[in-house]
Every structure is written in structure tokens, then in C-alpha cells.
Design a protein around this ligand. Structure first.
Ligand SMILES: NC(=O)c1ccc[n+]([C@@H]2O[C@H](COP(=O)([O-])OP(=O)(O)OC[C@H]3O[C@@H](n4cnc5c(N)ncnc54)[C@H](O)[C@@H]3O)[C@@H](O)[C@H]2O)c1
Length: 253
């Protein structure tokens, strides 16, 4: 029970990686505040955790809304009695050639994937400083935070920004005993990527992108998030842990 008496605040908690991370932290004894734009789905995840003996509460939250974030985090603190980890995970992406992307779509992706992550991290950091408590921030970056793909210019830009933000927040927040790290998933099977798996050709292509010749599962990301948020990672800050089955290790030719 690595996270007994700890509370973890998660954004994008109704999706594939957020849901699994909530479940995994709860299994390790944490109370979990599950926030998402989609309250119904977040509530289902909370019910799943509570019905198996865990302690979870669902919240409706748009991560681009700062005042709402402050309110929801305050409620989570009052409900659970502490806030120890923030998992800044909510994210969206486009699949549109750079030449065609509409500026409104570009702005929306940057707003959620960059500004939304910053709002969550800053709100959590302010809370910890006010409470004079240490804490951990984990950000969901991507392999597209250190490389590029195709037709994902806004997403790739946003994820590179999260890798930089992780380093800068680590520098600014170490004095408050806050560690800040990121996880960089390869292709993980979640609602975000589900349509890749609908045809044989695309799913075979995806397998072959990874040295391990398979895609990843959400639990392989939640394990990395828990490591980064745990005392086992006590000397890690500012780092992005890539979890990609060897996708970025190299290319076959
Ligand atoms: N699945 C992958 O292969 C993969 C790979 C690399 C990185 N990621 C990143 O992992 C994170 C989670 O992705 P996932 O695969 O679980 O996707 P998902 O689509 O299953 O989940 C994302 C969740 O974020 C929520 N969300 C969207 N906009 C929001 C907003 N404005 N405020 C609050 N919540 C919002 C959605 O409702 C959804 O529940 C994202 O940041 C994504 O970029 C995913």
C-alpha cells in the first residue's frame, strides 16, 4: 500500500489512462479525486473504485477553467483531508495535416494540452505551498513530446511544451519540496486511439512501430505514474519517463 493516507487528484480521469491510473492508485491505498469534462464517465469510474472498497469521488472539470479548478481541488482537499499528488493527464489531439488545421482547432489543443496542464499544476502547487506540504506532480506527455508523427502538428507542439514545462516547473518548485515529472506513452489502447485498432492494416503498422511489436496497455502507464509519484523516485524531478515499447529507441530499415 504505497499510497495509504494519500490523495491523488487526476484530470482526464474518465479516459483510458486516467481511469486506469485512478484504479491503480486506489489499489495502492490512495483516495482519488477523479475529474473530467465527462462527469457521467468519471462517476462510473468512481463507482467502480468505491464498490471494490476504495475511496473515490468524481468531479466535472474543464481543465482550461482556472476558477473551476481551484474550486474542485479545494473540495477534494476538504473531502479527503489532504492532496498529495496531481496527475495532469487530460488531453486531446487532431489528425489533420498541418497545412489544413483550422486555427480554432490549434488553439483548442494548445489550451487543453498546455494551458490546462499548467493550470492544474499551478493550482496544486499553490495549494501545497499554502499547506506547507510536499507534493508530486506527474504530467502526461507523449512520445510526440520528443519526436514527431504525421498530421499532428498541434498535438506534437503541445506535448513538446509539456516536456519543457516539466523541466521548468521542477526548477521553480523544488524549493517547496515539490517534484515534477512526466510520463511519455507510446501507443496505448484507449478510447483516444481505439479507431487505430479497427482495421488490421493500421493495427499491424502500429505494432511494428514499437521494437516490442505490440502496443501498450493503460496499466503500463499507470505503473510508471505511480513510480514517479512514489518515494522510490525521490531523486527524480524534471524528467520525462518514456514508456513506449522501444518506439523512440530507433527505426528498423
Ligand atoms: N492513448 C495513447 O496512445 C496516448 C499516447 C501518448 C499520450 N497520451 C496522452 O494521455 C492522456 C490521456 O489519453 P487517453 O489515451 O487516456 O485519452 P482518452 O481520450 O481516453 O481520455 C482523455 C480524457 O480527457 C478528457 N478531457 C478532454 N478535454 C478535457 C478538458 N478540457 N478538461 C477535462 N478533461 C478533458 C476526456 O473527456 C477524456 O475522458 C492525454 O494527455 C493523451 O494525449 C495518450
Amino acid at each position: 500500500m504505497r499510497f495509504k493516507n494519500k490523495t491523488v487528484f487526476i484530470t482526464g480521469a474518465a479516459g483510458g489512462i486516467g481511469r486506469q491510473t485512478g484504479i491503480s492508485f486506489a489499489k495502492e491505498g490512495a483516495s482519488v479525486a477523479l475529474s473530467d469534462l465527462d462527469l457521467d464517465m468519471a462517476t462510473r469510474v468512481a463507482d467502480e473504485i468505491n464498490s471494490s472498497g476504495g475511496d473515490a469521488k468524481a468531479y466535472k472539470l474543464d481543465v482550461t477553467n482556472q476558477s473551476e479548478t481551484v474550486k474542485v481541488m479545494q473540495d477534494a482537499f476538504e473531502t479527503f483531508g489532504s492532496l498529495d499528488v496531481a496527475f495532469c493527464n487530460a488531453g486531446i489531439r487532431e489528425i489533420t495535416p498541418a497545412i489544413d488545421i483550422a486555427i480554432e482547432d490549434w488553439r483548442k489543443i494548445i489550451d487543453i494540452n498546455v494551458t490546462g496542464v499548467f493550470i492544474t499544476a499551478q493550482t496544486f502547487a499553490r495549494h501545497c505551498v499554502k499547506q506547507k506540504k510536499s507534493g508530486n506532480i506527474v504530467i502526461t506527455a507523449s512520445t510526440l513530446g520528443i519526436s514527431a508523427g504525421n498530421s499532428r502538428c498541434a498535438y506534437t507542439t503541445s506535448k513538446h511544451a509539456t516536456v519543457g514545462m516539466t523541466k521548468q516547473l521542477a526548477m521553480d518548485l523544488a524549493q517547496y519540496d515539490l517534484r515534477v515529472n512526466a510520463v511519455g506513452p507510446g501507443v496505448i489502447r484507449t478510447p483516444l486511439t481505439e479507431r487505430y485498432f479497427q482495421d488490421e492494416e493500421t493495427s499491424t503498422k502500429i505494432k511494428n512501430l514499437h521494437a516490442m511489436k505490440r502496443w501498450g496497455e493503460p496499466s503500463e502507464i499507470s505503473n510508471a505514474v505511480m513510480f514517479l509519484a512514489s518515494d522510490e523516485a525521490s531523486f527524480c524531478t524534471g524528467t520525462t519517463l518514456i514508456v513506449d515499447g522501444g518506439w523512440t529507441a530507433g527505426k528498423e530499415f
